[in-house]
Design a protein around this ligand. Structure first.
Ligand code: SF4
Length: 166
């Protein structure tokens, strides 16, 4: 799903379609974010972000439906066997060692990767992880893929941060 977002936002218009200059007063304002030149990220699939201190991966109703369909189980079974309630909301459950309930213990890969929740899809570009250069540096220290690999453009980072709020 992450890559489908990349694809949608990376569609480049044909420069031969229009040779008109955009009037200065119609140009979008200059980006003000400190990461306006983009940030590097390439997931090494180490699994670090799916384990550690127990936490919460919030689930929307639509995400519940998609995960249940992917696993060929009912949403009731998903809810009963693989989620927990916290702060009045549903979260993916985790094991006592902090592993996400869907982290494969042998391969250390996500068992629901194609339908993983937005919170997972948008990592490491969350509002708080990109808020300041220092916050991003801290993210790079816990995620071996952050700060390395392909340059992710501003538009993708913005969209990820926006989706991570939903
Ligand atoms: S910690 Fe970073 S590199 Fe490792 S699996 Fe998570 S996103 Fe990928």
């Amino acid at each position: 799903m992450y890559f489908s977002i990349v694809k949608e936002l990376c569609v480049v218009s044909d420069p031969t379609e229009s040779d008109h200059e955009v009037p200065a007063d119609e140009k979008p304002p200059e980006a003000s974010e400190w990461y306006s030149a983009g940030l590097r990220f390439h997931c090494t699939q180490c699994g670090n972000c799916c384990t550690g201190t127990p936490g919460y991966v919030w689930l929307s109703t639509q995400e519940m439906i998609e995960i249940a369909e992917f696993l060929s189980i009912s949403t009731g079974e998903l809810r009963l066997m693989h989620t927990k309630v916290a702060q009045g909301k549903l979260s993916l459950a985790d094991h006592a060692n902090g592993d996400c309930v869907f982290l494969d213990g042998a391969t250390r890969k996500c068992r629901i990767y194609p339908v993983r929740p937005a919170q997972c899809r948008t990592w490491p570009f969350w509002e708080k992880t990109i808020e300041t250069p220092e916050a991003w540096q801290a993210t790079c220290e816990v995620c071996p893929g952050a700060g390395k690999g392909e340059l992710v453009p501003l538009e993708i980072i913005r969209e990820s941060a926006r989706q991570s709020r939903l």
